[in-house]
Design a protein around this ligand. Structure first.
Ligand SMILES: [Zn+2]
Length: 329
C-alpha cells in the first residue's frame, strides 16, 4: 500500500531503511480533480551500494517501461541487494491518464520542459521535482521510452559526448542487451537527460517500435535492461556482460531535427525502419484525399533510417524521418 506525502515534505533519508517503499508524492492538494503527483518506488538493499534511477511514461502513451519498472520492483529481493533501485513508473501522470504524449492540462511535452519551474504549470512542476529531487539520487539514470506516432528500433541511446560520464553511459548501454545502440554527440534541450547531464550523472534511454500498447516481444527487453543495469552496478547479483549489438548508430539524438513535412495529408512510406539509404532517397510522400502527391520527402544524408513516421495522417511540421550514421564497430 502506497503512502501519500506532500512532495516538499519528502526526504529520501526518511525512507533509507532496507526494504521496499511505495510513495505517492503529492504535487497539488486533492480537490475536485484527480490528484497530481509522482508515484515513486524505492527498493533499498540491506547493504549500501550504487543507485539506479529509472523513469517511465515521461510521454503518457509509452507504456512498456511502466510495466517493466513495476515487474522489476516486485521481483527484487532487498535482503540480497547492495544499493538502491529508485523508479518513477509514471512520470507524467496527467498525460498517462489521457494516454497521450503531452499533458492534457497545459499541453506541454514533459521531455521538452526540463529543468522546469517549482511555481510553474503542472508539467513544469513535474519536471522541476523529477530533476531536482529524484534524478540527483542516481549513479546511473535511465529513461524508458517507446515510439508511438513514429517507429523506432528496440534500442538503447547513450552519451557519446566524450565526457567522463559518457564513458560510463556507453559501457552501461552495451550491457543492457538492447539489439541496437545509438551514440549521441548531443541531445536536445528540455530532456530528462539534460537534468542528468547538468549534474554529471551518466544517462541512457531506451526506445522500441510499439508504444500505446504493451508488446510481449518488446517488454522482456525493458525488464532485462533494468535487471542487467542493476547487475552491472552490483546492486543485484547478476552477470551483465558487454554484448555486441546488431546495429550501432551514431549522430544527434535530437529527434526535433527529424525531417518534417511541409503539408498535411496522408503519408505513405517508401522506406522501412533500419533501411540503409543514400542521400536523396525517397522516404515517403504526402498525398491528398485523391491520391495526388502533394510533397515528396527525400533523405538529406546517407545512413540508416532510425526514426520513421508510422501514423499515416500528418499535419504540416510533423516529423517523418531521421537518418543516423552507421558505425561498423
Ligand atoms: Zn517518448
Amino acid at each position: 500500500m502506497a503512502i501519500n506525502i506532500e512532495i516538499d515534505q519528502f526526504r529520501f533519508a526518511d525512507f533509507s531503511g532496507a526494504g521496499k517503499h511505495s510513495i505517492f508524492l503529492e504535487i497539488s492538494p486533492a480537490g475536485s480533480g484527480e490528484q497530481i503527483g509522482i508515484p515513486l518506488l524505492v527498493a533499498n538493499g540491506l547493504k549500501p551500494g550504487k543507485t539506479l534511477v529509472a523513469f517511465a511514461a515521461v510521454h503518457g502513451d509509452e507504456l512498456e517501461g511502466v510495466q517493466a519498472i513495476q515487474d522489476v520492483f516486485r521481483q527484487l529481493e532487498t535482503d540480497a541487494m547492495n544499493g538502491r533501485f529508485i523508479a518513477v513508473p509514471v512520470a507524467n501522470l496527467p498525460a498517462f491518464r489521457a494516454v497521450q504524449r503531452t499533458s492534457p492540462i497545459d499541453s506541454l511535452n514533459l521531455a521538452r520542459t526540463f529543468p522546469g519551474r517549482k511555481d510553474g504549470s503542472v508539467t513544469e512542476r513535474l519536471a522541476y521535482y523529477l530533476g531536482e529531487l529524484i534524478i540527483p539520487q542516481a549513479d546511473l539514470f535511465i529513461d524508458l521510452h517507446s515510439a508511438s506516432a513514429s517507429l523506432m528500433p528496440t534500442m538503447a541511446g547513450y552519451d557519446a559526448s566524450g565526457t567522463e560520464a559518457s564513458k560510463v553511459s556507453k559501457d552501461a548501454a552495451f550491457r543492457t542487451g538492447m539489439p541496437v545502440m545509438w551514440g549521441h554527440s548531443d541531445v536536445g534541450p528540455g530532456r530528462t537527460l539534460y537534468a542528468a547531464i547538468e549534474r554529471g550523472i551518466p544517462w541512457l534511454y531506451v526506445e522500441s517500435p510499439s508504444g500505446r500498447r504493451i508488446s510481449n516481444v518488446e517488454l522482456p527487453y525493458y525488464v532485462d535492461a533494468l535487471l542487467n543495469l542493476l547487475g552491472h552496478l552490483k546492486v543485484i547479483d547478476r552477470d551483465a556482460p558487454v554484448r555486441v549489438p546488431k546495429l550501432h548508430l551514431f549522430g544527434s539524438g535530437d529527434i526535433d531535427r527529424t525531417q518534417s513535412v511541409n503539408v498535411g495529408g496522408f503519408f505513405v512510406q517508401r522506406v522501412n525502419l533500419l533501411d540503409r539509404v543514400e542521400k536523396g532517397r525517397l522516404v515517403g510522400e504526402v498525398r491528398d484525399l485523391f491520391g495526388e502527391v502533394l510533397e515528396e520527402v527525400r533523405t538529406l544524408s546517407s545512413g540508416i533510417v532510425a526514426v520513421l513516421r508510422s501514423d499515416p495522417l500528418v499535419n504540416p511540421g510533423d516529423p517523418v524521418c531521421l537518418v543516423a550514421e552507421f558505425l561498423s564497430d
